[in-house]
Design a protein around this ligand. Structure first.
Ligand code: SF4
Ligand code: SF4
Ligand code: SF4
Length: 404
């Protein structure tokens, strides 16, 4: 058995080989596309500095308490950075489907993950005991209402409902971490592909956390949940700082227990990518654009026309870039509409804002987010947090006040 360093170094070296022999041509920062570009040092340092700043915000709020958690140095600092870099990234993105996904992603993180929990902190209905009260939306916290809704959505539409369109972790990696998508930074190939199994270790820890939240609070469960939080938070932020060596999506690829959970539902649920061997010219573009390093067309060929992977986060880059339209998304909608074929043309057309239906859907979604924000503000001004609601209702009805 080789020592672990002897296994890692060739993987990292492999990532550098293909481009080492030829000079790099820098890509303008106003242009970003599915095939990762190579960017000058200043843009990489800017991205790394933003990553470090997000880490500093989390450290300040979690451990150091050096400042009274202002927005520029608390856990929401990360989301403010996502908004700033996201606007730039959306403007620069050339793939229409990815641009649409980024708009959704940045809007979701800004409203659902930043503004509502920060300005109007609610407590969600949940089952079991949770050491720290969750704030909407707590889709990673087992037992909360959001968690169960998300599990159902992932079963129906795949991991992309979270890992593609609604996770701050992927958002910061997509918008701040884009200079580190290039092969010079991303471990690729068979060796790196095998390291995906590492995340099952974190998944086992997550199962322990799921068990702990259903137990009554005691020293053991509280200590375990604290340990689990550390095992999630530290690797999450440290992977930011290691982006120049392990790429922008290393946490999602190798460590994330939530991604593993959603990935299992990807496998047993209704989502997959259909592959047509007859039209495929084996150009390999689908593999090159995949940030999760999935051997897309090879898996489709071996698996009788189905790319059904726990790793696929449904970004759609492979489907929208396939020159022969040999790939297509498949999910719950195909049960209702068997003729629906979500291939390159379909996804690109569904991202064209000049089409009335696409524009209408965009307006409806913006209205929904603004409505949620307004409803949160109104409810908060009237009854405070949901934790206060039972007490207030009890007082109004002359009933004994409930303790939450
Ligand atoms: S794998 Fe984990 S960190 Fe990555 S997008 Fe999915 S839930 Fe977020
Ligand atoms: S991009 Fe399309 S044509 Fe090229 S290898 Fe992948 S599936 Fe085949
Ligand atoms: S297989 Fe395709 S949709 Fe899935 S992560 Fe890779 S590029 Fe994205």
């Amino acid at each position: 058995m080789k020592p672990i360093t002897a296994r890692i170094i060739p993987i990292l070296a492999h990532a550098r080989q293909p481009n080492a022999a030829r000079p790099h041509r820098f890509m303008p920062v106003s242009q970003q596309r599915s095939l990762a570009g190579f960017y000058p040092a200043w843009i990489k340092w800017l991205a790394w500095g933003a990553f470090a700043w997000a880490f500093a915000g989390w450290l300040n709020e979690t451990w150091f308490y050096g400042y009274a958690s202002p927005i520029w140095l608390n856990r929401y600092t990360e989301y403010a950075l996502i908004l700033i870099f996201g606007l730039w990234r959306i403007r620069a993105e050339k793939n229409p489907y990815t641009r649409k996904r980024l708009i959704w992603l940045v809007a979701n993180v800004t409203v659902l993950w930043w503004l509502i929990p920060w300005l109007y902190p609610f407590i969600e209905p949940y089952v079991g005991y949770i050491a720290g009260l969750p704030a909407f939306p707590s889709l990673h916290t087992p037992g909360t209402l959001t968690f169960f809704l998300v599990l159902i959505a992932v079963f129906l539409f795949g991991r992309r409902v979270i890992c593609g369109w609604n996770c701050p972790c992927v958002a910061i990696r997509e918008v701040v971490g884009f200079p580190y998508r290039h092969a010079d930074h991303v471990p690729r190939g068979d060796g790196a592909w095998r390291w995906r199994h590492l995340k099952w270790l974190w998944f086992a820890l997550y199962l322990g956390a799921m068990w702990a939240v259903t137990r009554p609070a005691n020293n053991t469960t509280s200590a375990y949940l604290g340990f689990f939080g550390l095992m999630i938070g530290l690797p999450y932020f440290i992977s930011f700082l290691l982006a120049p060596w392990v790429g922008n999506r290393s946490y999602c690829r190798f460590l994330c227990p939530y991604g593993a959970t959603f990935g299992l539902l990807n496998r047993v649920g209704l989502f997959r990518i259909d592959y047509q061997a007859e039209s495929c010219i084996e150009c390999g573009l689908c593999i090159k654009v995949c940030v999760m390093n999935i051997p897309v067309w090879e898996m489709g060929k071996q698996n009788h026309g189905q790319v059904d992977s726990t790793e696929c986060m449904g970004c759609g880059r492979c489907v929208t870039e396939c020159p022969t339209k040999s790939l297509a998304f498949h999910d719950a909608r195909n049960l209702l509409l068997p003729s629906l074929h979500q291939d390159r043309d379909h996804l690109r057309q569904a991202s064209d804002w000049r089409r009335p239906l696409v524009a209408l859907k965009g307006v409806a979604y913006v209205t929904l987010l603004v409505g949620l924000l307004g409803a949160a503000a109104y409810t908060y001004s009237q009854v405070g947090t949901l934790a206060e609601l039972p007490a207030r209702m009890g007082a109004l009805c002359g009933l004994p006040v409930l303790s939450w």
